[in-house]
Design a binder for this molecule. Structure first.
Ligand SMILES: Nc1ncnc2[nH]cnc12
Ligand SMILES: [Zn+2]
Length: 332
């Protein structure tokens, strides 16, 4: 069997704020004169025992408050890409949550400046390409999302697409119809989290109302065979995050995760890390975890990697390069 860490990978479901490791959180808190409510890195890490998505989000939003300056966002982004480069990452479509920062008084421009600087460095140092996707928080009013979109101004050309995340149940996709229509009209890519904790109707709504190009998570589609048929027929990519699903108790154990069944049923499945600092591993670890728990074969791993390249927002020439690298891995 081949080394899954050297398999060339594209990652399509990665929240940059979810890559904030406790060590860096403490470093940034000190730099910014802020106090984290934990005595040590170890004590913070001990909090990473989540009941569900909401209990995770509470800690996620509280800890990201140490990010204040553009240089903090740059340090965060560089740390993620340095780590992921060592796990075979070749391209990433990065999510960020601007409302969680602007609500604390951090200017949107500083957030984007920092993340973009980190992405540019990764391109130069590791050859990793990327796009940037602005996520709206679905548990805040849709009017706030619209106001943010309309106020993007000069920042609009610095993002490649939009997404929808945060607490899912009770906040259905259709609430965000208007902002998604505007984003599509502006030529942006559109994706949304759907079917993580909420049911298949959220996935259908994301497709029918928001007209998303990919569904983030989407695993609850399995409750509805007709929806599965549709996703297969229309080749809608699903950005599945197995470690996240286990840590947030959507699936009991990795050994019970349906990702390989989904692949065998013809769904366009990809494997991603979601919030790797919180869920126990980066994208290479996600593939290795599937090997250990489910016996992921080299052929299945390559199929997952090819799906991610095809479903990514990288340009066509870049996709051809990555496909060639995957073929070289298979031959090697
Ligand atoms: N897994 C997840 N689901 C929804 N919102 C998120 N924000 C960060 N990670 C998330
Ligand atoms: Zn997510």
């Amino acid at each position: 069997m081949k080394d899954l860490y050297t398999l060339p990978k594209a990652e399509l479901h990665l929240h940059i704020e979810g890559t904030l490791e406790p060590e860096l959180a403490f470093e940034l808190a000190a730099r910014n004169g802020l106090e984290l409510p934990y005595a040590s890195v170890e004590e913070l890490r001990r909090q990473y025992d989540f009941e569900d998505l909401s209990s995770f989000l509470e800690l996620y939003y509280a800890t990201m408050a140490v990010l204040r300056e553009a240089s903090d966002f740059e340090a965060l982004t560089r740390a993620y890409l340095d780590r992921a480069a060592g796990q075979g990452l070749r391209h990433v479509d990065v999510f960020f949550d601007p409302q969680a920062h602007t609500a604390r008084g951090v200017p949107l421009e500083a957030v984007i400046d920092g993340i973009r600087a980190g992405l540019d460095t990764a391109r130069a140092q590791h050859g990793i390409t990327s796009t940037l996707l602005l996520c709206f928080l679905r548990d805040r009013p849709a009017a706030e999302a619209l106001a943010m979109f309309d106020a993007l101004g000069d920042q609009l050309v610095r993002i490649d697409g939009i997404g929808l995340d945060s607490a899912e149940v009770g906040h259905p996709p259709a609430l965000f119809e208007e902002v998604f229509a505007r984003a599509r009209a502006a030529g942006l890519h559109v994706v949304a989290h759907a079917g993580e904790e909420a049911g298949p109707e959220y996935v259908r709504e994301a497709l029918d109302v928001l007209r998303v190009e990919r569904v983030d998570h989407g695993i609850q589609c399995l409750q509805d065979p007709r929806l599965v048929e549709r996703l297969v027929a229309d080749r809608v990519p699903l950005t599945v995050c197995p470690q996240s699903n286990v840590r947030l108790r959507v699936v009991r154990t990795l050994a019970e995760h349906p990702v390989l069944e989904m692949l065998e049923r013809g769904l366009v499945v990809t494997v991603n890390s979601d919030d790797p600092a919180y869920f126990g591993g980066y994208v290479g670890d996600a593939f290795q975890g599937l090997r250990e728990a489910l016996g992921l074969t080299d052929e299945q791993a390559a199929a997952l990697a090819r799906n991610a390249v095809d479903a990514s927002f990288a340009g066509a020439p870049r996709k051809r390069e990555m496909h060639e690298e995957i073929r070289a891995w298979e031959r090697g």
